[in-house]
Structure formats: C-alpha cells, structure tokens
Design a protein around this ligand. Structure first.
Ligand SMILES: [Ca+2]
Length: 372
C-alpha cells in the first residue's frame, strides 16, 4: 500500500528504511500533481492535499537490497515484457488477461523519475499532523462515519475492528476514497520491475496484480493506484490485495476502487489478520514528569500502573488509569514534544504502515471521530 509521505523514519531496520525511502516519494508525487505539474498519466491530488499512506508488504531487503544504486543494464523493454509474459503464462495467468493487461504498454518515465528522486526530508510531528489530520478531515470523517454507519457497524462487528478506526484509515489513506492515485498500476509496476533498482520486489507485485486481473476483480483500465502500485480506497499493494481483500458485497469481485463494503471489509480483514484488538483503543497522550529518562521510550511494554509509578500522568496532568494493560512510551519528536502511551493496536497499525507518525495520526483521528 501507500508509498507516500511518511516522515517518521525511526531507523529500526533496513526494511523500515526501504519503506520510508519509498514513502518519501509521496511529496514528489504531490508536487507533481500540483496545478501546472500535471501531465502524463497522473490525476493525483492537488498540492495542498495531505499525504496518503498505506500498508507496505515486507521487503526482503537482504536479497533485494537498496544497493547498487546504479541499476544494472536491463534488456530492451519489449524483450523483457515477452519474457515476463511467458513467465506469467507459466504461472497460470490466462492469455486473454495478459492480452488485455500488457498490450502496448510502455515504461512510464514519470514513475522512474519519482522512484529516483526521493529526497531525504523530515516533517516535524506537528507539521505532519497538520497535514494528515486537519480539522476539515475530522469534520468529513464524522460525516462519513454517520453516512456509512450501518455498513461500518456490520463489518466492524464481523471482523472485530471499530468503525471509527476503519474510517480513520480510509481518511488518512485516500481522504475517504477521493484520492486513490492516478497511475495505471500494470504499466507503473512493469516500469519499476523492468528498472534495475528493486526489480524482484516489483516483479512479484506485478505478478500479483496480473493475478488480481485474472480473477476478474477489475479491468486493467480501472486498476489505478499510486506510482508504486498502491491501489484503491485503502491503497493496498497487490500482494496485500491477494492476501487480504474481500468480496464483502458478494458480487463476485473484490472491488477496492468502487465498493465501500469491499473496501471496509478488506481493511478490517487486514487489521484482524494482523492482530487487531476490537475491544481496545490504541493509546493516549500523556504528560511526563520533569527530568524523565527518555531512554524508557521505545517498544518496551510496561503496565499503566508501572508508568504511573514512574511519574507519567494523563495529558491533562491527572492520574493514569490503574490498569494492567501494557503500553509503550512513544516520543515522536527527538527532544521534548508530545508523549504517548501506546498499546497493541498502535503496533498493529505499524504493520500497515511502519511510521510512528502515521500510527499516531490514525489513532488520534479515530479518537477525534468518536469525540463530539
Ligand atoms: Ca464485491
């Protein structure tokens, strides 16, 4: 899913780094879609559009690697495509699907440009939150929650994911289905798979995308997404689509572009399979005592009781709940700034998108949707 802006590169591991490098390209796409910057296949968001994110499947970095940065020479695209096609056919994908999906496709130079020019940058936490959870998004999210209430409640109960979280993911990913990316996914993934930088990762995603077409879920024309192939209203990468997408409305197609039932259920299924706890929230803002040892922050879980004994208070300075629920201390800014105690659903959100900022945005948007 989303290869878009995420500024919280906590550097935990190389896979996270890949994700963040990929995610960083989002700003460029946003810039590319600014008025006047439009051209080629993009029909993306305006330049003031908050960034979009999404789950990204694990990248086996050791074998894929970020290096070498200079791509090895690739065969001519047409020859490469013929070989890919033969491989897809061997894997059981129908000729009719391959004809429809691959006929006449060409590499998209813009995709290479976006993949190559990923700046090192960092948004501050405050700036990130302004962009991802503006007041307008909270307002719209409340409206969406109300308008889709029966459907969300049904799906929420079935999968064990609270409706406010489903709406929060939907809002942060695509502004509730409004901005789903403007690239044809097959040519975009073919461009990246043919290119030398992360060929094997994107080739697998391309095969999964062909499989999705082969199942008749969507036509190649309607299969649009981000420049790196994150698709539909919840920005699933093809591998996530194959693993988690659901035909909830029962029309025989998993339609993550046009069916809200399929979108909500697929997101809920992803979260459920990743360990979501439907009877817990995600965490809360807290206040630290003066001269607090910031080295206690990180992924180590301690009970709320233990945190209270360490002097942590709720955000307004009151006592923490006397609870045995385990939480980790998250300090999104290096020095000072806000502090949060986060519980298991926060870490499940990191499986969707490995960015602390992202997970804090989803949690706080979900809270804002519930508060009136
Ligand atoms: Ca369906």
């Amino acid at each position: 899913m989303g290869f878009w802006v995420s500024a919280a590169n906590d550097g935990r591991n190389a896979a996270g780094h890949v994700r963040h490098v990929l995610a960083a390209a989002g700003l460029l796409l946003l810039a590319a879609c600014a008025p006047g910057g439009r051209g080629g296949p993009e029909v993306g968001p305006a330049d003031d559009e908050p960034p979009i994110h999404g789950p990204v499947p694990a990248v086996p970095v050791a074998s894929e690697g970020l290096a070498p940065l200079e791509p090895p020479p690739n065969p001519d695209f047409t020859a490469w495509l013929a070989e890919l096609r033969a491989d897809a056919r061997k894997q059981g994908i129908k000729d009719s699907t391959l004809n429809a999906a691959l006929k006449g496709i060409r590499p998209i130079p813009r995709v290479i440009e976006l993949d190559r020019n990923q700046p090192e940058f960092k948004l501050t936490y405050a700036r990130y939150m302004e962009r991802v959870v503006p007041a307008s998004r909270i307002e719209k999210g409340r409206r969406m929650l109300a308008e889709n209430k029966p459907l969300l409640q049904k799906i929420g109960a079935k999968y064990g994911v609270q409706p406010r979280f489903l709406v929060a993911f939907w809002g942060v990913e695509t502004d509730f289905g409004r901005v789903t990316g403007g690239f044809q996914v097959i040519p975009a993934l073919a461009t990246l798979a043919h290119d030398g930088r992360r060929s094997s990762f994107f080739r697998k995603e391309l095969m999964n995308a062909l499989r999705i077409l082969d199942e008749g879920n969507v036509t190649p024309e309607r299969m649009v997404g981000s420049w790196a192939g994150a698709m539909g209203q919840c920005q699933f990468m093809p591998s996530s689509f194959v693993r988690f997408a659901v035909d909830e409305d029962g029309d025989g197609r998993k339609d993550l572009w046009g069916s809200k039932a399929d979108v909500f259920a697929s997101a809920a299924n992803y979260l459920k399979q990743s360990g979501w706890r439907g009877d817990e929230s995600w965490g809360r803002a807290v206040k630290l005592p003066k001269r607090f040892d910031a080295r206690l922050a990180g992924h180590d879980r301690r009970s709320f009781k233990t945190w209270a004994a360490l002097g942590v208070r709720d955000a307004k300075g009151g006592p923490l709940p006397k609870s045995d629920v385990k939480a980790a201390l998250m300090l999104p800014e290096a020095d000072g700034g806000p502090a949060f105690l986060v519980t298991e659903n926060f870490f499940t959100t990191l499986k969707w998108n490995r960015s602390n900022f992202y997970a804090l945005a989803v949690g706080q948007l979900a809270d804002a949707l519930a508060a009136r």
